[in-house]
Design a binder for this molecule. Sequence first.
Ligand code: TYD
Length: 137
Amino acid sequence: MQVIKYAFQQHGDQRGMLVAIEEYKDIPFEVKRVYYMYDTRKEVHRGFHAHKNLEQVLICVNGSCKVKLDNGVETKIVSLEKPYEGLYVSNNIWREMYDFAENTVLMVLASNYYDEEDYIRDYDKFLEFVKKRKEGK
Ligand code: TYD
């Protein structure tokens, strides 16, 4: 599984740092939704789902966390530790976020509006779904 982690351009001077993210330039999709998680807890894991048709970029704008990605065949663990890093997560990827540092804010840029119908929240159904997609069904 290829992991795509962006290092966005940082604009910095004595005033501090700034990162700008433009759709189709810095990330490969149009951003229809932004959401973020905060008041997360170190011992709590989140996510546990995949999407049928949704691209996302995960950014720890403060703090850090780990993200486990699973394409049904292999898994990869990615650390997000810098506010200029973005992890691209395509559809058909089961994800879990965990190991949140104190005061972490995990922001997500998403290619579509919230739609519960697009979620696969059952791991066995996810495995079935990726198998069928591979077979072109
Ligand atoms: P949930 O998908 O359970 O979060 P996690 O990323 O940990 O899997 O979402 C938590 C709640 O927020 C759930 O009730 C759905 C709601 N929600 C929205 O209303 N809009 C959104 O864009 C997202 C991502 C979640």
